[in-house]
Design a protein around this ligand. Structure first.
Ligand SMILES: [Zn+2]
Ligand SMILES: [Zn+2]
Length: 233
């Protein structure tokens, strides 16, 4: 009797999603990297459970213990380091959407592994309208859409709106960043959701997601979790 699986593999060998080398079929979540690529990826192994700050332990970090945090938990897959930082750059600024999809699948795998209660709604961190017109798309909305499909949870791109326009975060000092996002978000919808996942591509300081979570909490949401591809600390 034919081993159909083996036959299929010989016709369509499994290839690493990042470098296209032939490699063994991957995990149940369908994410496939060759051993080499897998080893070069800077997975975030230990982090603060609230904000995903990179730590040596898995206890709450000092920042979360001493500040008002409006979200309850975070899932971040990678440290913001090479090669993931380059992949995100290419996804965001060179429209290499396949990289956004591959990284989103890794985030989906990390969320599934946690086995935690899932949200009722997925909301990407919005860009200001002017920034959206400049860039042409919201990278967080692309990630949110992949997660929405995989998890079968609705996603609303316009649930939150950004009312403040600021220079790119990279051009601002830490203090300017904080001021730029303070009360920057407003709720666009009347419908309330109990549990919302906020999606961002990279969480650098937590100011942005914290202000977005604050707007959700003021709107009546009980529980906010933050899902991001990478955490930069
Ligand atoms: Zn590879
Ligand atoms: Zn923390």
């Amino acid at each position: 009797m034919y081993d159909l699986n083996r036959l299929f593999q010989s016709i369509f060998p499994n290839r690493c999603l990042l470098c296209d080398q032939i490699c063994d079929p991957g995990t149940a979540t369908g994410v496939n990297f060759c051993n080499h690529c897998q080893q070069t990826l800077p997975y975030l192994r230990r982090a603060c459970p609230t904000c995903a700050a990179v730590l040596e332990s898995t206890a709450k970090c000092g920042y979360c213990l001493s500040h008002r945090i409006y979200f309850e938990s975070s899932v971040s897959v990678f440290k913001f380091a090479e090669p993931v930082s380059s992949y995100i750059y290419r996804f965001k600024y060179h429209h290499q959407f396949y990289l956004g999809k591959i990284l989103s699948l890794e985030l989906f795998a990390a969320i599934s592994e946690l086995n935690a209660p899932l949200p009722d709604l997925i909301v990407p961190v919005p860009l200001h309208g002017k920034r959206l017109r400049q860039r042409g798309f919201n990278q967080s909305a692309v990630i949110a859409r992949h997660l929405s499909k995989k998890l079968n949870i609705p996603c609303k791109n316009d649930y939150l709106a950004r009312r403040k326009f600021s220079k790119p975060q990279i051009e601002l000092t830490a203090r300017e960043r904080k001021a730029a996002v303070k009360n920057a978000f407003i709720l666009n919808h009347n419908r309330r959701y109990n549990h919302i996942a906020l999606v961002d591509d990279v969480v650098t300081t937590t100011h942005t997601v914290n202000q977005a979570a604050k707007a959700l909490k003021l709107g009546g949401t009980q529980h906010v979790c933050v899902w991001s591809l990478a955490r930069n600390t």
